[in-house]
Design a protein around this ligand. Structure first.
Ligand code: NAD
Length: 290
């Protein structure tokens, strides 16, 4: 590690707000990166409840905090308190990164961008191609929205018919109209439909909780849906190799785990705040070596 930085009158604060926040990996990742890069920043967390959000955001702006992360349950409730939104954040209706720019609070969402960047780092190119994704929650929405913005041609989104299904369908129709990407919502229970979708897709993404404990022995794709030329990506990073990825590896399919999404969403946020490139390999080695 580089020289240990100490807090001084020049130190700039970056924060994470949400609840709960105490188990987040973000402070460890960003503080190690700031130290390595010799940046005089400190990353701290605040447990913030929705009823205090407006006051907290106004306080951040009044104090000139250069940037902060936003996590659940505040990613959507924060929207009315920001001055501007990136295209991705606007379409996702959720913000995970805020920067104070020329006195204005600008909201971004780096989750989808982090996922897409990680695909690129792993040599998976889906621009102009078809993608199938299971899961339209926070992570899934961020991914398919960014994928549509980036130029993926067709995206079939599968979700269980939960209470959000109809609202998700409306949001997806709006996304298709705004981006020109052929993105549609389907019922995850319809296995024949899923099989047909995966058959001509270049990538299948799992963005559900399936694959992480207590669902570590489950998978949203059946083994006989795999085909040559299908890459598999998981958003789950604990375990690093989910059942889906293990199945793909056994069949020789290209696989991408969820850790890179976590690292790259942080790196993209750090670039927005500081203009500097987070040393992603160093952070991975420091905290995530198995
Ligand atoms: P969420 O609660 O917003 O969404 C959960 C999704 O899982 C929904 O689409 C829901 O319908 C689906 N789901 C839940 N139980 C299911 C089941 N039994 N079968 C099929 N679908 C089911 O959560 P989220 O924040 O979108 O997280 C989803 C996954 O993404 C989690 O595994 C989380 O760990 C992962 N994630 C990873 C990163 C990263 O940086 N790698 C970031 C955020 C989330």
């Amino acid at each position: 590690m580089g020289e240990k930085l100490s807090i001084s009158g020049h130190t700039q604060t970056i924060a994470l707000i949400g609840s709960p926040v105490e188990h987040s990996m973000s402070p460890a990742m960003h503080n190690a990166s700031f130290e390595k890069l010799g940046l005089d920043y400190a990353y701290v967390v605040f447990d913030v409840q929705p009823e205090n959000l407006e006051a907290v955001v106004k306080g951040m702006k009044a104090m000139g905090i250069p940037g902060f992360n936003v996590t659940m349950p505040l990613k959507t409730p924060i929207l009315p308190y920001l001055d501007e939104l990136s295209d991705a954040a606007k379409l996702m209706g959720a913000v995970n990164t805020v920067v104070l720019q020329d006195g204005k609070l600008v909201g971004h969402n780096t989750d989808g961008a982090g996922f897409m960047r990680n695909l690129k780092e792993n040599g998976v190119d889906v621009i102009g191609k078809k993608v199938t994704i299971s899961g339209a929650g926070g992570a899934g929405s961020a991914i398919f929205t960014q994928a549509a913005l980036d130029g993926v041609k067709e995206i079939d989104v599968y979700n269980i018919r939960d209470s959000f299904y109809e609202a998700t369908e409306r949001r997806i129709a709006e996304l298709a109209a705004q981006t020109g990407c052929a993105v549609t919502l389907h019922d995850l229970a319809d296995k024949d439909d899923l099989r047909a979708s995966v058959a001509d897709s270049a990538l299948f993404i799992n963005a559900t909780r399936v694959g992480m404990p207590p669902l570590e022995n489950e998978c949203t794709l059946d083994e006989d849906m795999l085909h040559e030329g299908l890459a598999l990506a998981d958003t789950v990073y604990n375990p690093r190799t989910t059942k889906l990825l293990a199945m793909g590896q056994a069949h020789g399919n290209k696989t991408v785990n969820g850790l890179g999404m976590l690292l790259w969403q942080a790196a993209i946020g750090e670039k927005i705040w500081t203009g500097q490139e987070m040393p992603v390999d160093y952070i991975e080695e420091l905290f995530f070596t198995e």
